[in-house]
Design a protein around this ligand. Structure first.
Ligand SMILES: Nc1ncnc2c1ncn2[C@@H]1O[C@H](COP(=O)(O)OP(=O)(O)OP(=O)(O)O)[C@@H](O)[C@H]1O
Ligand SMILES: [Mg+2]
Length: 701
């Protein structure tokens, strides 16, 4: 390739003589063109101006603009008076390298006589070009391209003409460069504005007036920049009043420590008054005071925060569930063993009392043993409830009727100065539950309400209602998260008593948390366990000094309310106490005390240690057996399966199931499958005898 750059540059222009009118006209034209170029907003607007100016100045209509593309190849960007074929043939040729610092222009006065053009000479001549001018387009970064001027005659430009073309080249370079910068800046700005990061620049004076805020503040937070900039809305006014002191402190301490950047999280207000959590990457001004503003890069992290909180909530609920689960296993285990032991204590105490003369001083002692054992039995019952176990007989129940009953019972227990206001809805759908446990719930809540009143007069309210619980309602309640929306029967107990502060309220469900002198702290723990076992939700609201409201939701069922078994005949109808009872229990203490109780009442007693033994015994002697008393939790063959087999083989033989603990919910519907009765351990001898008598009487028809 011929190296035209080696040619000698044109001699420097001689000093200008006074200008002829023609030259003045050209000069003013260049002035106009450069003005127009400086006002151009795209590169495409610059080229025609430049080409038109050159055409006038160099007195040739033929010229072109070529620029280096990013790949380093010089390509035509605009032209006039040259053909497509010519451009294709010469494109890519360059006397200068991209970025070369300010090369001199090159002039070829007669192409026909210039051998240095080599293989380009015939192409140029073929286009009808006889003279050429190369004018570099140069910016601060070096050569970016060139102007080509073509004459169709041999030609050497006059000094003025030469100067003016150079001038136009310089202006064009400048305009193109400026345009490139603007384009780049705008592209950067677009990148930035399309993103989530809002940039704030605020002055380090009182309240932090906003000097600049990026326009995406509108998309992110609803503000228009003009709402904020200047003194309109200082940056400090956007920050949540609870967070502002912390932000001020952070900025102050980082500034004092000379730390230029740091991150902080706080809340800012959007144009509609909603709060958003933002993460702010703050850039502080240098300590030397040379800069008076701080810059914050803010990203909205509200959703991230909410997700993290939800996750944390889920984790703590899971931990709570695991804690409850293991405590439940423990409580259930204790309850089971204790109930058998308590059976022995209660039963034997009752038998001993029977034997002792009423006036005996020992009778008092034995009564104390009995009272202590009964208290212990209450405790295990609460523990069992807390464990979520102990739904022995689950059936559709009318909650209003059940609560009414407990209310009646409790009226004797609650404070004399309390006014009971019961609003129990009639005709509610049934809830599936264990009546004993639900009574326990009502009892525990009413006792707490009464305790809260103390000796002050006040009101205890008791309400039932049908509610349709939506997601929001359920989520607002304890245990509600996992429940489906739908119909629930609500039980609400409120009082106008002492109420609780936040701290107490946070701990009320903890087993053994109590603020009472004689409290055991098991009441609400048991309520929670029972509600959980019944797939319900609970909510406690309290206002210190004003009172407390406990609300429980239990899922409504479409099944009709179970008809209560006819009341057991009571009173001294002892005539029927005869017959043979088979007692099946794996606990020796229980077998012994039960046998003694039954034998004293006049029954004959057979004993079996487990289900298989019981079945074997019945095979031979079922004709003489009038009742089976069966423990639910036994090794070998469990009570439930044993019951099923007995019922299948001898349907007329009544079976009473007893238990102090159940490991699963399987026992639920035994009643409807022909069970004569269920008694919960530890039971009093009198209760056992009553149940036995009733079952045998019913079986006899
Ligand atoms: N209605 C209420 N008003 C005010 N405080 C209450 C109310 N219900 C419960 N509390 C508070 O919650 C604590 C725990 O109640 P919980 O029923 O579990 O135990 P307790 O009543 O102290 O003892 P327990 O019920 O085992 O005899 C109470 O000691 C009391 O501080
Ligand atoms: Mg209580």
């Amino acid at each position: 390739m011929p190296d035209v750059s080696r040619r000698a540059p044109l001699a420097a222009a001689p000093a200008l003589a006074p200008l002829p009118p023609e030259a003045l006209a050209k000069l003013s034209l260049v002035g106009e063109m450069t003005l127009a170029m400086s006002q151009a907003t795209t590169a495409a607007e610059i080229y025609p101006q430049a080409l038109a100016a050159i055409a006038r100045v160099a007195e040739t209509p033929r010229a072109s603009v070529l620029l280096f593309d990013p790949d380093g190849v010089l390509r035509f960007k605009a032209w006039q008076g040259i053909s497509d074929g010519y451009r294709a043939a010469v494109e890519g040729h360059t006397p200068w390298a991209p970025g070369q610092p300010a090369p001199d222009p090159i002039h070829i006065p007669d192409v026909a006589r210039d051998t240095s053009l080599g293989r380009y000479q015939p192409i140029i001549l073929g286009e009808g070009i006889r003279a050429l001018g190369f004018f570099p387009l140069v910016t601060g970064g070096g050569t970016i391209g060139k102007f080509m001027v073509y004459w169709d005659r041999p030609h050497t430009p006059a000094p003025l003409e030469f100067q003016l073309v150079r001038n136009i080249a310089a202006h064009t370079s400048f305009a193109l460069d400026r345009q490139r910068l603007v384009d780049e800046l705008q592209a950067e700005r677009r990148l930035f504005i399309g993103g989530p990061t809002v940039l704030f620049q605020w002055a380090r004076t009182e309240g932090w007036p906003v000097d600049y805020v990026s326009p995406n503040v509108t998309a992110q937070f609803g503000w228009r920049p003009e709402d904020l900039v200047g003194r309109r809305m200082p940056f400090a006014d956007l920050i949540h009043p609870e967070d502002l002191p912390r932000v001020v402190d952070e900025i102050r301490s980082h500034h004092a420590a000379g730390q230029g950047t740091f991150e902080q999280e706080y809340r800012i207000r959007d144009a509609e008054g909603q709060w958003h959590w933002v993460s702010d990457f703050t850039v502080l001004p240098p300590k030397d005071g040379s800069v008076a503003h701080s810059i914050g890069y803010l990203v909205d992290i509200t959703e991230r925060k909410a997700a993290a909180a939800a996750l944390q909530g889920a984790e703590s609920r899971l931990r709570e569930a695991q804690r409850l689960e293991s405590l439940g296993v423990l409580a259930g285990g204790i309850a089971h063993d204790f109930n058998n032991l308590l059976m022995g204590m209660l039963g034997n105490a009752a038998l001993a009392l029977n034997d002792l003369p009423v006036a005996s001083p020992t009778a008092e002692t034995v009564k104390d043993i009995e009272t202590a054992a009964r208290r212990a039995a209450d405790l295990t019952r609460q523990l069992l409830a807390y464990s979520g176990k102990g739904q022995f007989v689950v059936q559709p129940l009318d909650l209003s009727a059940l609560v009414e009953e407990s209310g009646q019972l409790l009226r004797t227990v609650i404070s004399k100065r309390a006014t009971m206001q019961a609003r129990l809805a009639a005709g509610l759908p049934a809830v599936e539950g264990d009546a004993t446990q639900l009574r326990q719930v009502a009892m525990n809540l009413l006792t707490n309400a009464s305790d809260a009143l103390g000796d002050q007069p006040g009101v205890i309210g008791l309400e039932t209602a049908l509610v349709h619980a939506d997601r929001v309602t359920l989520t607002g309640m304890l245990l509600g998260d996992a429940l489906p929306e739908g119909d629930y029967v609500a039980l609400s107990v409120h009082d106008t008593g002492s109420g609780m502060d936040e701290e107490t309220l946070g701990r009320i469900f903890d087993p053994f948390f109590t603020t009472k002198f004689h409290g055991r702290g098991l009441g609400l723990a048991a309520v929670l366990g029972i509600v959980r076992g019944h797939r319900g939700a609970i909510q406690v609201e309290s206002w210190p000094g004003q009172g407390t409201r406990v609300r429980i939701l239990l899922p409504a069922t479409t099944r009709p309310v179970a008809v209560e078994a006819p009341p057991r005949p009571s009173g001294p109808a002892r005539v029927a106490d005869a017959g043979t009872v088979l007692v099946v229990d794996d606990e020796e203490i229980v077998r012994n005390v039960t046998r003694r109780t039954l034998e004293r009442a006049g029954y004959t007693v057979l004993l079996a240690e487990h289900g298989l033994q019981a079945l074997a015994l019945l095979e031979e002697r079922h004709a003489e057996v009038s009742l089976v008393l069966l423990d639910l939790t036994m090794p070998e063959l469990g009570g439930e399966e044993t019951f099923r087999r007995i019922h299948a083989a001898w349907p007329g033989l009544p079976v009473i199931l007893s238990s102090g603990f159940t490991a699963d919910q399987g026992t639920a519907r035994l009643t409807s499958a022909g069970l004569a009765d269920f008694i919960q351990k530890p039971y009093q001898p009198a209760a056992l005898l009553e149940a036995a008598r009733a079952a045998i009487q019913r079986a006899a028809g």
